[in-house]
Ligand binder design. Structure first.
Ligand SMILES: Nc1ncnc2c1ncn2[C@@H]1O[C@H](COP(=O)(O)OS(=O)(=O)O)[C@@H](OP(=O)(O)O)[C@H]1O
Length: 799
């Protein structure tokens, strides 16, 4: 874990941190708790403004320094720009002097410093350094070692600093000889790219390797749109030769490197005479490269009217490849404009698998194009989708003098800028380029050769290229948590809308959800809601009846289309409220995050009754479904199953008790949704006075017209519950499985549950009060014998 003391977010730490997984705590005025039992919580402490450390109050400073010494934790500090120019000012309490507000040039590193890991010293970065408010250091003690140096620009203007004019120290290491704490101090922020590298190294060094990223980097460069393109933008034979020569040179830095050619066969030989020779010449050298099918006519998959047309076009490209000796077994493909990859177009995945045996693809769009550092991968239907990086070359970037911002912009991206940092901060890099970037000025060749050389000069990173399949396997081994997709709402992103299927609409998504938990009256609520003329429920599922059960369990992997197909396309989307209820959503660990990703504006309805009553009703429910473990054990045996009992029995206990820990689950929903979007309903009121409950619910949902439930619900004495009024005088009640008849709960179990749920119920009472809800009667009763002063509850209340 990393603890960053920030004032205002002026330093862009996020980009730098993106290359490893970490936990970061940003701290304001007071210190956080530094230890956890007898372990130190933080591996490195970073002060965005070193003055905050230097001027810390005595007590906190002593505490922090003691922590650093005891757990051998180092400090990184950044010198903030200051208005007044200081000359030789002593750093409070340290034998170190600073001089401020310099313009510097010609950066250099102390090549033999043990701090350097990713960063390689030995060369000079000629030219001015960014910023005009650098702080430089003059040490006065052997504890200090320079780490980076620069020369003062125009030393003649600053005679007082004559001695500093060359090799002014810009980053300094305190080896800990002075006060037992190791520190690395930066004379400027992270705007300078070399500081970003040094910062990574400083973290690794001061955390004794714990906050480190691997030195291995994988690079794949795709050339999409092979054969696509206007006359004059295509490849000639000499361009192809140049690609091969450059690739050979890059391979000396990146073993295994080959450009990965994505072709659209329809446009083969569609150029000038010379370009057509280029097409033929490229194929004669097919074995110099790796290949993947793009799309026969470069059409975006989501634009095909039906799957057969998509299939036919894919087959044409495959036939073309076979006829022209292009290998078709890479298992990798890329879709034009990312179409259909994310948001998912199922037909694309289906045909990729069926016709091309595709296992890997890549996109820039998951979860969104920007910010690039947050791009992730996922696996859908066995196809591994890898994040793709951007290198600044697009179809239209053909000539250097027309490069947006000019040559200097491209050069600064290569030399320490965006492209350079992309490779430093991403362990696996897949770049998309286009055929046109390799003709004319051959910008892509220049870009990748210069970038790899610059990386080789300034870093110790080790580069390699491997097959797309190996790359994907490596990626998901590195980041296993990314295998699981998180489906977002395509309508929240303009770009996603454009590459989603044209005949899909977000109007086919629910506006509110009934989350459960099970056995609290969710079916009654669902039925009553469905009676409303403005409310439309989902179609039933053949397996799970009225519940879709999408956000929990396996159905989630079936994808968004599968989910949306449960909803009608409303004719007038604004006046209809689509909804679904799945009672297992409430206590599902992953559900709040998933619901939030897809339906961030949805309203959520939760219905609760006494958790003890709920648990007993659930036990009766699983018994009536023939669950052998429930049938063979009494309720009390289920509740008290301990470690010595079978797994089946322990699982049953968990599933019986866990949903009733209401506050715990509600808290998880509140991490993702504001309280205004959540309504917690008293299930006893739904049972005894559904008209009032439904009236409150309609107000919460802001549904119009208001439906008068008093005319449509009536108590049915035979059923013992409220039922729907049909055909004037009759009632239609819920089936026999709702409102079952079973013996009342035994007193031993009741006592156990009273105790088990006590702390949970206390937490619920607190939470409901905080959210402004009245306390239900059953909760008051369940809490009636609460321990005095909330003493520890006797029996176990954990699972
Ligand atoms: N109007 C009406 N009709 C029938 N049943 C009603 C009604 N209102 C509330 N209840 C109570 O709902 C309990 C079933 O809860 P759920 O529908 O949430 O169960 S499930 O999770 O969907 O299986 C069910 O639990 P049991 O009594 O244990 O069967 C009922 O007590």
């Amino acid at each position: 874990m990393l603890f960053v003391c920030q004032e205002i977010l002026t330093i862009d730490f996020q980009t730098v941190f993106s290359c490893f997984r970490y936990k970061l705590e940003v701290v304001g005025k007071s210190l956080p708790i530094l230890t956890n039992v007898d372990k130190g919580k933080y591996g490195v402490i970073v002060f965005e403004n070193m003055d905050r450390y230097l001027t810390m109050d005595k007590w906190n400073r002593e505490l922090l320094d003691k922590y650093c010494r005891q757990y051998q934790v180092g400090i990184i500090g950044f010198m903030s720009p200051r208005e007044e120019s200081l000359i030789g000012a002593q750093l409070r309490g340290f034998p170190l002097h600073i001089h401020t507000n310099f313009k510097l040039k010609d950066a250099e590193l102390k090549a033999d410093s043990p701090v350097l890991r990713i960063t390689r010293g030995g060369d000079v970065l000629w030219g001015p350094l960014p910023g005009n408010d650098w702080t430089v250091f003059s040490p006065n003690h052997s504890t200090y070692e320079p780490l980076a140096m620069g020369s003062i620009q125009a030393p003649e203007d600053s005679p007082a600093y004559g001695g500093l004019s060359t090799n002014a120290i810009t980053v300094i290491r305190d080896c800990g000889e002075f006060d037992g704490i190791q520190r690395i101090l930066f004379g400027s922020g992270l705007d300078f790219w070399l500081h970003r590298l040094l910062f990574l190294d400083a973290m690794s060094f001061l955390s004794h390797g714990r906050l480190s990223t691997s030195l291995q980097r994988y690079i794949q460069v795709d050339i999409d749109d092979i054969f696509v393109g206007q006359k004059g933008t295509r490849l000639t034979p000499s361009d192809v030769d140049s690609i091969i020569e450059t690739q050979n040179r890059i391979r000396t830095i990146v073993p295994g490197f080959r450009f990965n050619m994505g072709y659209s066969g329809k446009f083969f030989n569609h150029g000038t005479e010379e370009e057509n020779k280029g097409d033929e010449y490229l194929l004669q050298h097919a074995d110099e490269f790796t290949w993947f099918g793009h799309m026969w006519s470069h059409q975006q998959p989501h634009l095909y009217e039906n799957i057969s047309l998509l299939e036919a076009d894919m087959l044409l490209n495959k036939k073309f490849a076979i006829e022209h000796g292009i290998p078709t077994d890479s298992g990798y493909s890329v879709s034009p404009h990312h179409s259909g990859v994310y948001p998912v177009h199922e037909a694309l995945y289906e045909m990729w698998k069926k016709l091309w045996n595709i296992h890997v693809t890549s996109t820039e769009e998951y979860p969104h194009l920007r910010p690039a550092r947050l791009r992730r991968g996922f696996i859908h239907r066995g196809i591994m989708v890898l994040p793709r990086q951007t290198c600044g070359l697009y179809t239209h970037t053909i000539f250097i003098d027309k490069y947006p911002g000019g040559r200097s912009t491209l050069d600064s991206s290569i030399k320490g800028g965006e492209l350079f940092q992309t490779i430093v901060f991403n362990r696996i890099n897949i770049f998309m380029t286009h055929m046109s970037n390799y003709g004319n000025d051959r910008l892509a060749l220049y870009t990748f050769e210069a970038a790899t050389k610059f990386l080789q000069c300034w870093t110790n990173l080790q580069f390699q290229s491997i097959s797309a399949l190996q790359l994907a396997e490596k990626y998901f081994r590195m980041y296993p948590e990314e295998s699981e997709p998180v489906w977002g709402n395509p309508c929240d992103d303009q770009r996603h809308m454009k590459i989603w299927s044209q005949n899909k609409t977000c109007d086919q998504l629910p506006r509110f959800l009934v989350l459960g938990p099970q056995k609290t009256g969710t079916t009654a609520l669902y039925t009553f809601l469905s009676m409303h003329p403005a409310i439309v429920s989902n179609y039933p599922s053949p397996e799970t009846f009225e519940e879709i059960q999408f956000f929990n369990g396996k159905n989630y992997y079936k994808g968004l289309d599968w989910y949306m197909n449960f909803f009608p396309v409303p004719k007038n989307s604004t006046s209809k409220f689509l909804f679904e209820k799945s009672a297992t959503y409430f206590d599902g660990e992953l559900v709040p995050r998933r619901v939030h990703a897809l339906l961030p504006k949805a309203k959520l309805v939760i219905i609760i009754i006494s958790p003890a009553k709920r648990a007993y009703s659930w036990y009766q429910h699983v018994r009536s479904h023939g669950d052998p473990t429930a049938l063979n054990h009494t309720f009390y045996q289920v509740l008290t199953a301990g470690d010595a009992q079978s797994k089946a029995l322990r699982d049953l206990r968990f599933r019986c008790l866990s949903p009733g820990m209401y506050a715990h689950h509600l808290d998880r929903w509140l991490l993702y949704f504001p309280p205004q979007q959540i309504s917690v309903i008293d299930g006893e009121q739904v049972r005894l006075d559904p008209v009032t409950s439904m009236s409150k619910l309609q107000h919460f949902l802001k549904i119009r017209p208001i439906f008068d439930y008093s005319l449509h619900l009536r108590y049915d004495a035979r059923k013992g519950f409220f039922c729907q009024v049909v055909n004037g005088d009759h009632t239609k009640c819920l089936g026999r499985s709702k409102g079952r008849h079973y013996p009342t709960m035994d007193s031993q179990s009741a006592k156990y549950l009273q105790s088990f749920y006590m702390t949970h119920n206390i937490a619920l009472e607190k939470l409901l009060k905080r959210l402004g809800y009245p306390i239900p009667l059953w909760l008051e009763e369940d809490l009636s014998d609460r321990p005095v002063n909330n003493q520890a509850v006797e029996m176990s209340n954990s699972l």
